[in-house]
Structures are given as structure tokens and as C-alpha cells.
Design a protein around this ligand. Structure first.
Ligand code: SAH
Length: 216
């Protein structure tokens, strides 16, 4: 399905072009953005805004992330010391980020705390013929330890503090990309290196909060 839309998704290509101008240079990421029908991840009334570079509401007080930040975080995951095989996403939401990851990495795992969002996201993956994804309804603050460790972990909601369980699920040489903060949020990258865990600050961001526990 994604392959079939490739030649006709002109709006996707325009969005990828815009992201290039915003500084995204990794061709594989731009290609995945161009190929992915973002309108499928939105409520019908907002589908006409699908190719704008903005976050949009998806119900339950949640949002689909801005394409720029999806591309930026994915670019970081691709820049790891060695190619990532197994990737964990926390905050499935609409499933858009997950669909991008599934086109670039062999094995994708994704955790969402709101059951109805997780259910819809799962159906979208089937519709797009993306079968290298495993999804779980659960508390992403705890990660998904039974499937780990992961070469890359991406958190698409802002954590008030760094979840220790996620740090412990990074494989040697792997990395965790996560927005940290409440009012002021900073996108951070943690890498498991031989000498220990390193931290890098990327830029200021704005995400919905990563809520611990309390599944809905
Ligand atoms: N990656 C998503 C962005 C969704 S917004 C997309 O591409 O659409 C962030 C999501 O994180 C929301 O769906 C929210 O319900 C979820 N979330 C918040 N706290 C969570 C937690 N502790 N565990 C799992 N998911 C969580």
C-alpha cells in the first residue's frame, strides 16, 4: 500500500521538501515522510490539514506530532553508532510515527496507554500492510522489558523526569530520544557507550505529557 501510494503522494513529497528546507537531510526519512499518507492518521474533519507541518488533535486530548519533529527524531535514531534493528516507541497515538519507523527499521514495538487510540493505530498498520510492528496497551513509563533491550527508543510524549526503566532497556551502543520537562521541554538523547550513558541536548520542543500509570 505504501509502495503503491509512492508515485501519487505529491502532497507528501511537498511536505518532505519543506522539511528539507527546515534542515532534515536524511534521504531515507524524507522518503518515508513522502510515502506515508498522513491523512489516514487523522479524524476526517482535519484530513485537509494532513500535509501541513503542524501537530493536530487526534481525540482523547492527544495529538499527532508535527512532521518536523517526527522527521528530526527519526533522523537521530538513524544516526546511531551502528544501524538499529529493534526500535521501541512510547506513545503510539495515531500510529503515524510508528508507520514511519516501520519503513526504516526491521522490528518496531510501540506502547500506548489509551486503549481506543491503540486500537485505531493497529487497524491503520494493517491497512498500510505494515507487519513488522508489535503494539501493546500499557504504561510506557515502564518500557517493554520482555522484548528488550532495544537499539533505539523514542518517546513521543514529554516525561517530567527521565524514566529509569527506559534507560535500562537501551542495548549497548543504542540510544534513547526523549523530550524531558513540563512547561519547558528539551529533546534529549541518551547513548549507552562503553564508558557509560552520555547525554546530549537537541532543542526545545512541545509535547503532550507522558502520564505514568493509570491506563485508559
Ligand atoms: N507518536 C504519536 C504521538 C502521540 S501523542 C503519533 O505519531 O501520533 C503522545 C501519546 O503518548 C498519546 O497518545 C498518549 O496517550 C501517549 N502516552 C502518554 N503517556 C503514556 C504512557 N505512560 N505510556 C504510553 N503512552 C503514553
Amino acid at each position: 500500500m505504501i509502495q503503491a501510494t509512492k508515485t501519487i503522494n505529491r502532497r507528501g513529497e511537498n511536505l518532505a521538501q519543506l522539511l528539507y528546507q527546515e534542515g532534515i537531510r536524511e534521504q531515507k526519512v524524507l522518503q518515508a515522510i513522502a510515502n506515508t499518507p498522513r491523512q489516514l492518521f487523522l479524524p476526517e474533519a482535519l484530513q485537509h490539514k494532513a500535509y501541513q507541518n503542524t501537530a493536530l488533535p487526534i481525540g482523547q486530548g492527544q495529538t499527532i506530532s508535527q512532521p518536523y519533529i517526527v522527521a528530526k527524531m527519526t533522523e537521530i535514531l538513524l544516526s546511531g553508532a551502528s544501524p538499529a534493528h529493534k526500535v521501541l516507541e512510547i506513545g503510539t497515538g495515531s500510529g503515524y510515527q510508528c508507520a514511519i519507523l516501520a519503513q526504516l527499521f526491521p522490528e518496531v514495538y510501540s506502547v500506548e496507554r489509551i486503549k481506543s487510540l491503540q486500537f485505531q493505530a493497529k487497524r491503520r498498520m494493517q491497512k498500510l500492510d505494515l507487519h513488522n510492528i508489535k503494539m501493546k496497551h500499557g504504561d510506557g513509563w515502564e518500557g517493554w522489558s520482555s522484548k528488550g533491550p532495544y537499539d533505539a527508543i523514542i518517546v513521543t510524549a514529554a516525561a517530567s523526569s527521565l524514566p529509569q526503566a527506559l534507560l535500562s532497556q537501551i542495548a549497548p551502543g543504542g540510544q534513547l530520544v526523549i523530550p524531558v520537562g513540563t512547561e519547558q521541554q528539551t529533546l534529549k538523547v541518551y547513548r549507552r557507550e562503553e564508558a557509560g550513558i552520555s547525554e546530549q541536548l537537541i532543542e526545545q520542543v512541545r509535547f503532550v505529557p507522558l502520564v505514568p500509570g493509570d491506563l485508559l
